[in-house]
Ligand binder design. Structure first.
Ligand SMILES: [Zn+2]
Length: 328
Protein backbone atom coordinates (compact mmCIF):
# COMPACT_ATOMS: atom_id res chain seq x y z
CA UNK A 1 0.00 0.00 0.00
CA UNK A 2 2.70 2.44 1.00
CA UNK A 3 4.78 1.52 -2.02
CA UNK A 4 1.93 2.18 -4.42
CA UNK A 5 1.10 5.52 -2.81
CA UNK A 6 4.79 6.46 -2.99
CA UNK A 7 4.88 5.52 -6.68
CA UNK A 8 1.77 7.64 -7.29
CA UNK A 9 3.34 10.56 -5.48
CA UNK A 10 6.52 10.12 -7.48
CA UNK A 11 4.59 10.12 -10.75
CA UNK A 12 2.65 13.20 -9.64
CA UNK A 13 5.90 14.90 -8.72
CA UNK A 14 7.28 14.19 -12.16
CA UNK A 15 4.07 15.46 -13.88
CA UNK A 16 4.22 18.55 -11.70
CA UNK A 17 7.85 19.05 -12.62
CA UNK A 18 6.90 18.90 -16.31
CA UNK A 19 4.12 21.41 -15.67
CA UNK A 20 6.52 23.71 -13.85
CA UNK A 21 8.72 23.81 -16.90
CA UNK A 22 5.78 25.08 -18.98
CA UNK A 23 4.50 27.66 -16.49
CA UNK A 24 5.62 28.36 -12.97
CA UNK A 25 2.81 26.41 -11.33
CA UNK A 26 -0.88 25.63 -11.57
CA UNK A 27 -3.01 24.56 -8.66
CA UNK A 28 -5.67 22.09 -9.82
CA UNK A 29 -9.37 21.98 -9.02
CA UNK A 30 -12.15 23.72 -10.96
CA UNK A 31 -15.13 21.88 -9.39
CA UNK A 32 -15.59 22.99 -5.83
CA UNK A 33 -17.72 24.04 -2.90
CA UNK A 34 -16.43 26.35 -0.21
CA UNK A 35 -17.51 28.32 2.82
CA UNK A 36 -17.15 32.09 3.11
CA UNK A 37 -15.00 32.81 6.15
CA UNK A 38 -14.14 36.46 5.57
CA UNK A 39 -15.46 39.25 3.35
CA UNK A 40 -14.04 42.55 2.12
CA UNK A 41 -15.63 45.91 2.91
CA UNK A 42 -17.36 46.29 -0.47
CA UNK A 43 -19.04 42.86 -0.43
CA UNK A 44 -22.85 42.99 -0.35
CA UNK A 45 -24.15 39.73 -1.81
CA UNK A 46 -22.47 37.05 0.32
CA UNK A 47 -22.03 36.74 4.06
CA UNK A 48 -19.64 34.94 6.36
CA UNK A 49 -20.97 31.42 6.83
CA UNK A 50 -22.50 31.16 3.33
CA UNK A 51 -21.52 28.15 1.30
CA UNK A 52 -20.94 28.80 -2.39
CA UNK A 53 -19.83 27.26 -5.68
CA UNK A 54 -17.50 29.47 -7.72
CA UNK A 55 -17.59 29.73 -11.51
CA UNK A 56 -14.53 28.68 -13.49
CA UNK A 57 -13.92 30.96 -16.48
CA UNK A 58 -12.83 34.58 -16.22
CA UNK A 59 -13.31 37.06 -19.09
CA UNK A 60 -10.61 38.15 -21.51
CA UNK A 61 -9.56 41.80 -21.37
CA UNK A 62 -10.20 42.67 -25.03
CA UNK A 63 -12.65 45.60 -25.16
CA UNK A 64 -13.89 44.28 -28.54
CA UNK A 65 -14.97 40.89 -27.10
CA UNK A 66 -18.69 41.52 -26.83
CA UNK A 67 -19.29 38.15 -25.18
CA UNK A 68 -16.90 38.79 -22.29
CA UNK A 69 -18.08 42.39 -21.97
CA UNK A 70 -21.60 40.98 -21.56
CA UNK A 71 -20.41 38.62 -18.76
CA UNK A 72 -20.72 35.66 -21.15
CA UNK A 73 -17.09 34.56 -21.18
CA UNK A 74 -18.36 31.06 -21.92
CA UNK A 75 -18.82 32.45 -25.47
CA UNK A 76 -15.48 34.37 -25.53
CA UNK A 77 -14.42 35.26 -29.08
CA UNK A 78 -10.71 35.84 -28.49
CA UNK A 79 -9.79 32.63 -26.67
CA UNK A 80 -7.78 34.77 -24.25
CA UNK A 81 -10.01 33.94 -21.27
CA UNK A 82 -8.54 32.32 -18.19
CA UNK A 83 -9.98 29.47 -16.11
CA UNK A 84 -9.46 28.59 -12.47
CA UNK A 85 -7.66 25.31 -12.11
CA UNK A 86 -7.36 24.83 -15.89
CA UNK A 87 -5.91 27.79 -17.72
CA UNK A 88 -3.50 30.33 -16.20
CA UNK A 89 -5.36 30.75 -12.89
CA UNK A 90 -4.95 28.66 -9.77
CA UNK A 91 -7.79 26.30 -8.96
CA UNK A 92 -9.57 25.60 -5.74
CA UNK A 93 -7.64 22.65 -4.28
CA UNK A 94 -6.41 24.76 -1.41
CA UNK A 95 -7.32 25.47 2.20
CA UNK A 96 -7.95 29.16 1.51
CA UNK A 97 -9.16 30.78 -1.70
CA UNK A 98 -9.82 34.45 -2.49
CA UNK A 99 -12.64 35.14 -4.93
CA UNK A 100 -14.73 38.07 -6.12
CA UNK A 101 -18.34 37.82 -5.04
CA UNK A 102 -19.58 38.18 -8.64
CA UNK A 103 -18.13 34.73 -9.34
CA UNK A 104 -19.68 33.04 -6.30
CA UNK A 105 -22.99 31.22 -6.37
CA UNK A 106 -24.46 30.79 -2.88
CA UNK A 107 -25.95 27.36 -2.24
CA UNK A 108 -28.63 26.36 0.30
CA UNK A 109 -27.11 24.58 3.32
CA UNK A 110 -29.34 21.56 2.67
CA UNK A 111 -27.26 20.83 -0.45
CA UNK A 112 -23.92 20.95 1.37
CA UNK A 113 -22.98 17.28 0.85
CA UNK A 114 -23.82 17.22 -2.89
CA UNK A 115 -23.26 20.79 -4.11
CA UNK A 116 -19.80 19.94 -5.40
CA UNK A 117 -21.74 18.36 -8.30
CA UNK A 118 -23.12 21.77 -9.34
CA UNK A 119 -20.20 22.67 -11.62
CA UNK A 120 -20.24 19.46 -13.73
CA UNK A 121 -24.04 19.83 -14.00
CA UNK A 122 -23.65 23.34 -15.47
CA UNK A 123 -22.37 21.74 -18.68
CA UNK A 124 -25.72 20.01 -19.14
CA UNK A 125 -27.62 23.12 -18.04
CA UNK A 126 -26.01 25.27 -20.74
CA UNK A 127 -26.36 22.54 -23.39
CA UNK A 128 -29.99 21.77 -22.59
CA UNK A 129 -30.93 25.47 -22.37
CA UNK A 130 -29.62 25.81 -25.94
CA UNK A 131 -31.43 22.61 -26.95
CA UNK A 132 -34.70 24.04 -25.64
CA UNK A 133 -34.12 27.28 -27.56
CA UNK A 134 -33.39 25.34 -30.75
CA UNK A 135 -36.40 23.07 -30.42
CA UNK A 136 -38.76 26.00 -30.18
CA UNK A 137 -38.64 25.52 -33.97
CA UNK A 138 -40.91 22.50 -33.28
CA UNK A 139 -43.81 24.21 -31.50
CA UNK A 140 -45.88 21.02 -31.48
CA UNK A 141 -43.23 19.08 -29.57
CA UNK A 142 -44.33 18.39 -26.05
CA UNK A 143 -42.32 17.08 -23.16
CA UNK A 144 -41.12 13.59 -23.84
CA UNK A 145 -38.34 13.83 -26.41
CA UNK A 146 -36.27 10.69 -26.80
CA UNK A 147 -32.73 11.31 -25.64
CA UNK A 148 -29.54 9.25 -25.71
CA UNK A 149 -26.67 10.09 -23.38
CA UNK A 150 -23.25 8.82 -24.43
CA UNK A 151 -21.11 8.08 -21.38
CA UNK A 152 -21.71 6.92 -17.83
CA UNK A 153 -19.31 9.28 -16.05
CA UNK A 154 -20.41 12.17 -13.83
CA UNK A 155 -21.09 14.59 -16.71
CA UNK A 156 -23.16 11.98 -18.55
CA UNK A 157 -25.10 10.88 -15.47
CA UNK A 158 -25.86 14.44 -14.37
CA UNK A 159 -26.93 15.23 -17.95
CA UNK A 160 -29.17 12.15 -17.92
CA UNK A 161 -30.76 13.26 -14.63
CA UNK A 162 -31.42 16.70 -16.13
CA UNK A 163 -32.97 15.16 -19.27
CA UNK A 164 -35.22 12.91 -17.14
CA UNK A 165 -36.21 15.97 -15.08
CA UNK A 166 -37.10 17.70 -18.38
CA UNK A 167 -39.45 14.82 -19.19
CA UNK A 168 -37.26 13.11 -21.79
CA UNK A 169 -37.34 9.36 -22.35
CA UNK A 170 -33.61 8.98 -21.67
CA UNK A 171 -31.20 6.13 -22.40
CA UNK A 172 -27.61 6.10 -21.15
CA UNK A 173 -25.27 4.23 -23.52
CA UNK A 174 -21.98 3.21 -21.96
CA UNK A 175 -18.85 1.25 -22.79
CA UNK A 176 -17.75 1.10 -19.14
CA UNK A 177 -16.75 -2.48 -18.27
CA UNK A 178 -18.63 -4.28 -15.45
CA UNK A 179 -21.50 -1.83 -15.63
CA UNK A 180 -24.08 -3.67 -13.48
CA UNK A 181 -23.88 -1.08 -10.68
CA UNK A 182 -24.12 1.66 -13.27
CA UNK A 183 -27.26 0.09 -14.74
CA UNK A 184 -28.87 -0.03 -11.27
CA UNK A 185 -27.95 3.60 -10.68
CA UNK A 186 -29.26 4.78 -14.06
CA UNK A 187 -32.57 2.95 -13.77
CA UNK A 188 -33.03 4.21 -10.19
CA UNK A 189 -33.55 7.76 -11.46
CA UNK A 190 -35.85 6.80 -14.29
CA UNK A 191 -33.49 6.50 -17.26
CA UNK A 192 -32.83 3.37 -19.32
CA UNK A 193 -29.45 1.78 -19.71
CA UNK A 194 -27.80 0.12 -22.70
CA UNK A 195 -24.33 -1.36 -22.61
CA UNK A 196 -22.16 -1.34 -25.70
CA UNK A 197 -21.10 -4.96 -25.08
CA UNK A 198 -24.64 -6.27 -25.51
CA UNK A 199 -26.33 -3.52 -27.54
CA UNK A 200 -25.00 -2.33 -30.90
CA UNK A 201 -25.64 1.27 -31.88
CA UNK A 202 -28.13 0.04 -34.52
CA UNK A 203 -30.00 -1.93 -31.81
CA UNK A 204 -29.93 1.11 -29.54
CA UNK A 205 -31.50 3.22 -32.29
CA UNK A 206 -34.19 0.58 -32.87
CA UNK A 207 -34.99 0.46 -29.14
CA UNK A 208 -35.14 4.23 -28.74
CA UNK A 209 -37.06 5.08 -31.92
CA UNK A 210 -36.56 8.55 -33.43
CA UNK A 211 -33.57 9.87 -31.49
CA UNK A 212 -34.46 13.51 -30.82
CA UNK A 213 -31.37 14.35 -28.77
CA UNK A 214 -27.91 12.92 -28.32
CA UNK A 215 -26.00 14.31 -25.34
CA UNK A 216 -22.38 13.31 -25.83
CA UNK A 217 -20.40 13.16 -22.58
CA UNK A 218 -17.71 10.65 -23.35
CA UNK A 219 -15.04 12.65 -25.18
CA UNK A 220 -14.48 9.88 -27.74
CA UNK A 221 -14.96 11.18 -31.27
CA UNK A 222 -15.05 7.66 -32.78
CA UNK A 223 -18.11 6.67 -30.70
CA UNK A 224 -19.79 10.03 -31.29
CA UNK A 225 -19.43 9.78 -35.06
CA UNK A 226 -20.64 6.16 -35.01
CA UNK A 227 -23.82 7.35 -33.29
CA UNK A 228 -24.34 10.48 -35.41
CA UNK A 229 -25.82 8.58 -38.42
CA UNK A 230 -28.59 7.35 -36.10
CA UNK A 231 -29.67 10.84 -35.04
CA UNK A 232 -33.37 11.13 -35.83
CA UNK A 233 -35.43 13.50 -37.92
CA UNK A 234 -35.33 17.06 -36.49
CA UNK A 235 -32.75 15.77 -34.01
CA UNK A 236 -30.06 17.69 -32.14
CA UNK A 237 -26.61 16.33 -31.33
CA UNK A 238 -24.80 18.03 -28.44
CA UNK A 239 -21.04 17.62 -28.11
CA UNK A 240 -19.56 18.29 -24.65
CA UNK A 241 -16.41 16.14 -24.66
CA UNK A 242 -12.95 17.26 -25.68
CA UNK A 243 -11.22 14.27 -27.27
CA UNK A 244 -7.47 13.81 -27.31
CA UNK A 245 -5.94 13.85 -30.78
CA UNK A 246 -5.80 10.19 -31.75
CA UNK A 247 -5.44 10.61 -35.51
CA UNK A 248 -7.97 10.68 -38.35
CA UNK A 249 -11.06 8.46 -38.48
CA UNK A 250 -13.11 7.66 -41.59
CA UNK A 251 -16.65 8.96 -41.70
CA UNK A 252 -19.22 8.83 -44.49
CA UNK A 253 -19.48 12.55 -45.08
CA UNK A 254 -22.11 12.26 -47.84
CA UNK A 255 -24.53 10.43 -45.53
CA UNK A 256 -23.90 12.81 -42.63
CA UNK A 257 -24.44 15.87 -44.80
CA UNK A 258 -27.52 14.41 -46.54
CA UNK A 259 -29.04 13.55 -43.14
CA UNK A 260 -28.21 16.96 -41.66
CA UNK A 261 -30.08 18.64 -44.53
CA UNK A 262 -32.89 16.20 -45.25
CA UNK A 263 -33.66 15.58 -41.56
CA UNK A 264 -33.27 19.19 -40.32
CA UNK A 265 -30.58 18.09 -37.92
CA UNK A 266 -28.52 20.39 -35.78
CA UNK A 267 -25.13 19.57 -34.29
CA UNK A 268 -23.49 21.87 -31.79
CA UNK A 269 -20.74 21.94 -29.21
CA UNK A 270 -20.91 23.63 -25.86
CA UNK A 271 -18.31 24.60 -23.28
CA UNK A 272 -18.29 26.19 -19.86
CA UNK A 273 -21.37 27.91 -18.48
CA UNK A 274 -22.90 31.25 -17.56
CA UNK A 275 -23.87 32.42 -14.10
CA UNK A 276 -27.49 31.61 -15.07
CA UNK A 277 -26.51 27.98 -15.72
CA UNK A 278 -24.98 27.83 -12.23
CA UNK A 279 -28.26 29.10 -10.76
CA UNK A 280 -30.16 26.48 -12.79
CA UNK A 281 -27.76 23.76 -11.66
CA UNK A 282 -28.15 24.69 -7.98
CA UNK A 283 -31.95 24.55 -8.33
CA UNK A 284 -31.78 21.22 -10.20
CA UNK A 285 -29.37 19.62 -7.71
CA UNK A 286 -32.07 20.47 -5.15
CA UNK A 287 -34.69 18.73 -7.32
CA UNK A 288 -32.46 15.69 -7.87
CA UNK A 289 -31.87 15.42 -4.12
CA UNK A 290 -35.58 15.54 -3.45
CA UNK A 291 -36.49 12.99 -6.16
CA UNK A 292 -33.49 10.65 -6.19
CA UNK A 293 -31.41 11.21 -3.02
CA UNK A 294 -29.63 7.84 -3.11
CA UNK A 295 -28.80 8.07 -6.81
CA UNK A 296 -27.47 11.62 -6.51
CA UNK A 297 -25.38 10.83 -3.43
CA UNK A 298 -23.97 7.73 -5.09
CA UNK A 299 -22.35 9.89 -7.79
CA UNK A 300 -19.86 10.85 -5.08
CA UNK A 301 -18.20 7.51 -4.60
CA UNK A 302 -15.65 8.57 -2.06
CA UNK A 303 -14.35 11.55 -0.10
CA UNK A 304 -10.61 11.77 0.48
CA UNK A 305 -8.61 13.81 2.97
CA UNK A 306 -6.14 16.22 1.40
CA UNK A 307 -3.10 14.21 2.47
CA UNK A 308 -4.38 11.25 0.40
CA UNK A 309 -5.29 13.32 -2.66
CA UNK A 310 -2.53 11.71 -4.73
CA UNK A 311 -4.54 8.50 -5.07
CA UNK A 312 -7.73 9.86 -6.72
CA UNK A 313 -5.67 12.35 -8.74
CA UNK A 314 -3.73 9.46 -10.23
CA UNK A 315 -7.06 8.16 -11.51
CA UNK A 316 -6.70 4.59 -10.24
CA UNK A 317 -9.64 4.36 -7.90
CA UNK A 318 -12.38 3.40 -10.42
CA UNK A 319 -14.91 5.79 -8.90
CA UNK A 320 -17.57 7.98 -10.51
CA UNK A 321 -16.63 11.12 -8.64
CA UNK A 322 -13.94 11.55 -6.02
CA UNK A 323 -14.18 14.49 -3.65
CA UNK A 324 -11.18 15.84 -1.78
CA UNK A 325 -12.38 17.27 1.52
CA UNK A 326 -10.30 20.14 2.86
CA UNK A 327 -10.92 21.31 6.41
CA UNK A 328 -14.17 20.44 8.16
ZN1 LIG B 1 -13.49 37.30 -24.49
Amino acid sequence: MWASVERTKKSLRSSTARLLRVRRSLLFGHESLGEVIEIGSGVTQVEVGDIAVPTVRRPCSDPACIACRADRQDFCYTGKFTERGINQRHGYMAELVVEQERYLNPVPRALRDVAVLVEPLTIAEKGIAQLNQIQQRLPWQERGSRAVVLGGGPVGLLGAMKLVLEGCDTTVYSRTPAASDLEKLVTSFGAKFAHAETTSIADLARQVGNIDVVYEAVGASSLAFEVLPYLGTNGVFIFTGVPGRKGPTSVDTDTLMRDAVLKNQLIFGTVNASIESFADAIADIGSFLEKWPAALRSLITRRWPLDQAAEPLAGKSGCIKNVIAIGS
